[in-house]
Design a protein around this ligand. Structure first.
Ligand code: PGA
Length: 256
């Protein structure tokens, strides 16, 4: 695979500072033990209030730092929101956008997610744009239509710059697999990943499309990571529950 793998931990709304520090310390210790054997990039996305403290712990290490959401707006009167610049200011280089929990609980649609992506690029962050179908959509045979709609919304707002386009990360997270213990089979994941890759080839050309990383998310665990990551268009994972225990997160990293 020409793309370097990425394992990203989405800590969601978990972790007071002490717990977040302990979690990342455990991950750091495990990575140090593995030394040069780690074959992928590693990213952690703590809740906003723990980012700075976690950032201090990982300073000088290979672990990268990201936010879980950001505003589409520039600084101003937006109570309760934060800008991408505020994330870069405390050491983030990535931001997760359009997670299904944001879409379903906070009314984020694909157009808003796309505008947030443009703002993330503007503010110097690498966006991780999440897409995925619900169980009902899968069962009624609409999976690829839903994915097509969600992915096509990003193209109008992608920067023209090739290097920035190649940086883009997408995450396929079937909603029915998130936090449920039900994982898409490696074949189901590969089918959707290949479909997304095909859209990228069509819209951006093969050169860019083959650099974009497409992560799988939804109940990834140490015991299923390796077989999922072995699929040709799966370039890593976006990990929720299993990112909250160092040994599980490290076990998933070992899937590469
Ligand atoms: P999960 O969550 O690994 O707990 O299923 C994945 C995600 O929501 O990003």
């Amino acid at each position: 695979m020409s793309r370097r793998g990425l394992v990203a931990g989405n800590w969601k709304m978990n972790g007071l500072i002490e717990a977040a520090d302990a979690l990342v310390s455990g991950i750091l210790a495990g990575l140090a033990q593995r030394g040069g054997k780690v074959q992928c990039d590693v990213l952690v996305c703590p809740p906003f209030t723990a980012i700075q403290s976690v950032g201090k712990r990982i300073a000088g290490s290979a672990i990268k730092l990201g936010g879980q959401n950001m505003s589409e707006h520039t600084p101003g009167a937006h109570t309760g929101e934060i800008t991408g610049q505020m994330l870069t200011n405390i050491g983030c280089s990535f931001v997760i956008l359009g997670h299904s929990e944001r879409r379903s609980m906070y009314g984020e649609d694909s157009q808003l997610v796309s505008r947030k992506m443009a703002s993330a690029y503007r503010d110097g962050l690498t966006p991780i744009v999440c897409v995925g179908e619900t169980l009902q959509e899968r069962e009624s045979g609409k999976t690829l239509d839903v994915i097509r709609g969600q992915v096509s919304a990003i193209f109008p707002n992608l920067p023209a710059d090739t290097a920035k386009r190649e940086q883009l990360v997408l995450a396929y997270e079937p909603v029915w697999a998130i936090g449920t213990g039900k994982t898409a089979s490696p074949e189901q994941a590969q089918e959707v990943h290949a479909f997304i890759r095909g859209m990228l080839v069509e819209q951006l050309g093969g050169g860019v499309a083959n650099k974009v990383r497409i992560l799988y998310g939804g109940s990834v665990k140490p015991d299923n990571a390796k077989v999922i990551f072995s699929k040709p268009d799966v370039d890593g994972g976006l990990i929720g529950g299993a990112a909250l225990k160092p040994e599980d997160f490290l076990g998933i990293i070992d899937g590469f």
